[in-house]
Design a protein around this ligand. Structure first.
Ligand code: FAD
Length: 332
């Protein structure tokens, strides 16, 4: 389809309580840059039930407009209801491009919508840019198992759609709410929603690791020496209220599950504090955590490359350093 505007859309996914998922707000940052470059508006799309918190968050993080679709049928995510609503909005307003967070729901919704609209989708992007003249988005994503970064263009179709990894972009500074809020009355009949939520069960499994949303991460690498070597890492994480991360070497050794992996073929994270314990600082690990606000490295090798990116470094044996650090934090 033809774009009717130069507007750039960001789908701001909501949590069950109607608040915005972090990634939707993060995407307003590159969205702002891209909208400004091509002279269009930055529009946040919020679909859900009782979503005033998400609308407020989008309004205070750079959106010019927020288009809201609210209704009980959107209370729980369903492919059918969300795809019907989002496609109806795109057909009405004709944006030039749309960013969607690469969450489980975003990875489901993006392909469905792009297929219905007969356009393309670039999945799992880690960098974005836009050509001012043509309005073509340059979508960059890891390819061939992370061995190279591919930049993909979708010049012949509009809207251009891409999913973007959580944690890649930082939220912009909060400002006073300035967005124009537009409410669209789109309702989906029950018979058109083929999945039903019967009950929500909280996943207490360790696999449910929210690295992307974590404010503090304590990660262990090959230097922990085995699965039991993660105990001091976990103890420090517990004292700090942090999430446990890991390098691929630790994951590949079977010491901790892949859900904890940080890096090019793991999660991209952007916490306020990242503590790397027994991690050398390979480029593929740095790709996933160098956006952290403050990096602390604990490594017995003073020449380890992790010290090149660390704000604070401790040269020492992690099995001596971590218990002392944990004890001091517990005292504080
Ligand atoms: P090592 O490089 O072996 O470093 C261990 C460090 O621990 C050393 O610096 C050592 O001095 C230190 N140490 C040892 N004992 C102690 C101790 N007692 N106290 C303190 N320090 C100690 N890696 C990732 O992490 N994430 C990815 O997503 C990822 N994706 C990849 C994708 C591709 C395509 C490829 C080719 C590689 C990828 N890698 C990834 C692997 C990456 O190249 C490195 O092999 C890996 O990050 C190394 O992990 P490490 O730092 O834990 O181990």
């Amino acid at each position: 389809m033809e774009a009717k505007t130069k507007d750039l859309w960001v789908f701001v996914e909501t949590n069950g309580d109607g608040s915005a998922k972090n990634v939707g707000i993060e995407l307003l940052t590159p969205g702002r840059m891209m909208a400004d470059k091509q002279g269009g508006a930055l529009v946040a799309i919020v679909i859900g039930d009782h979503v005033s918190a998400a609308v407020e968050a989008a309004s205070t993080h750079g959106a010019d407009q927020v288009i809201v679709v609210e209704g009980a049928e959107y209370g729980h995510y369903s492919t059918d209801a969300y795809a019907i609503a989002l496609c109806a909005l795109v057909e009405k307003y004709g944006p030039t491009s749309m960013l969607i967070g690469a969450t489980n729901n975003g990875r489901d919704l993006g392909p469905r919508v792009s297929c219905r609209l007969r356009t393309g989708l670039t999945a799992d992007c880690t960098a974005l840019d836009i050509d001012e003249e043509s309005g073509n988005v340059a979508w960059t994503r890891p390819a061939f198992g992370g061995n190279l970064m591919a930049t993909i263009l979708c010049p012949d179709h509009r809207p251009q759609i891409g999913t973007v990894r959580p944690g890649v972009f930082k939220k912009c500074e909060e400002t006073a709410a300035k967005a124009q809020v537009i409410r669209e009355d789109i309702h989906v009949e029950e018979k058109d929603i083929r999945t039903k939520v019967i009950e929500l069960l909280r996943d207490m499994d360790e696999e449910n690791v929210d690295l992307e949303g974590a404010e503090i991460i304590v990660s262990g690498g090959r230097g922990v020496g085995g699965p039991e070597g993660f105990e001091p890492v976990r103890a420090l994480a517990k004292a700090l209220g942090a999430t446990v991360g890991a390098s691929r070497a630790a994951v590949d050794s079977g010491w901790i599950s892949h859900a904890h992996q940080v890096g090019q073929t793991g999660k991209t994270v952007g916490p306020k504090l990242y503590i790397a314990c027994g991690i050398s600082g390979a480029i593929q690990h740095l790709a996933g955590m160098s956006g952290s606000d403050v990096i602390v490295a604990i490594n017995k090798d003073p020449d380890a490359p992790i010290f090149d990116v660390a704000d604070y470094g401790v040269v020492g044996n992690l099995f001596e350093v971590l218990p002392v650090l944990t004890e001091e934090i517990q005292k504080a």
